[in-house]
Design a protein around this ligand. Sequence first.
Ligand code: GDP
Ligand code: MG
Length: 457
Amino acid sequence: PKQSEENLRSPICCIMGHVDTGKTKLLDCIRGTNVQEGEAGGITQQIGATYFPAENIRDRTKELKADAKLKVPGLLVIDTPGHESFTNLRSRGSGLCDIAILVVDIMHGLEPQTIESLNLLKMRNTEFIVALNKVDRLYGWKTCRNAPIVKAMKQQTKDVQNEFNMRLTQIITQFKEQGLNTELYYKNKEMGETYSIVPTSAISGEGIPDMLLLLVQWTQKTMVEKLTYSNEVQCTVLEVKVVEGHGTTIDVVLVNGVLHEGDQIVVCGMQGPIVTTIRALLTPHPMKELRVKGTYVHHKKIKAAMGIKITAQGLEHAIAGTGLYVVKSDDDLEDVKDAAMEDMKSVMNRIDKSGEGVCVQASTLGSLEALLEFLKSPAVNIPVSGISIGPVHKKDVMKASVMLEKRKEYGTILAFDVKVTPEARELAEELGVTIFTADIIYHLFDQFKAYIDNLKE
Ligand code: GDP
Ligand code: MG
């Protein structure tokens, strides 16, 4: 065991919950404080992912006097803005996220997206902790900046403590209604059976040391096998982005292995596998220089786990949510290509064989899968004749217009969390193709249903 302990990679943690509960602010809080302390290069804000080196975690948690050694090199936290990224993580990244933080606003309790997130976590069997955020909003809260939560709680008046306990009890009850046992982390004697709650404030930092320590201790204690570093490259594309001066780039999470500048890679593309060579491996500058737009740190090689921006030729049609493969000297390129396209094939198989149905379009493979799954469910049952990933272009409208002659109502594009180019809008108007757009899957269905009902009248 000694050997493997020394060879752990950073756990990957995603932060989830209802909108406005403070997910992004919690990350800002951890990063921000370190900037104030002037820790140059201490924390690097990765693309979509923030890497917290062990030294920073040690520093942030020292007041807790944890005797525990930090065995992991750091913690890679992935912010999940909105639903899209998480759908992506959920569908494609089973190996991506080791633990999650479910953020709940102490003033609001469980909200619709909290429950949605909870169900995703249960489905995936993902471990998580609950950050009970915004404790500073309790009436009369006395700020104890960045203090461990027990220490902060002791400074509060009886009234504040009472309000806290009342709200906590209500929220524990709400969790129980969802079939989950939860308990304040420092009272939790059966971690694993009972989920831990860490009260936090993303504004004044109370409870943040506890949250960091809990994440690190829990992962390195219970996930040694999963976190044992492996040389086999395991890498997922999170986003495909055009960056000034770099062309189309991909933001990836490297879960295992090492990537080198010059590596030949294969990624899944809309028009087939993309074989290319890593031109640059980039991470943003350390916190201080983060605001200097468009400049990145170049690396010759990067070891997992890390969030990385990759520049290479031909990435325009890369699909977010799919795996990235490195071609090794003894690999057969065709095999690697097949492996890279496997993700896409399973989705393609879901298209209606009759050739009649709406066209659907989404931002990532993961969100497309989620949308297809939803449309196929018996209660919805909308056939799909074509799929695409990325913004709606003229060609997509052309494709959908073919359906107008067969069945008018299928001359429709359901666009989930993607933009529609002005030219595509114009053409759709001209040809009579209806485009529905929404960021929430159910809204697409509602719009489509209203449209069908209207046609029938
Ligand atoms: P997200 O949608 O979950 O990422 O939420 P944000 O991080 O964008 O925060 C939503 C709002 O809540 C912002 O106005 C934050 O300033 C505020 N907020 C977040 N965390 C806290 C907190 O701990 N205390 C207080 N008082 N406000 C907070
Ligand atoms: Mg946010």
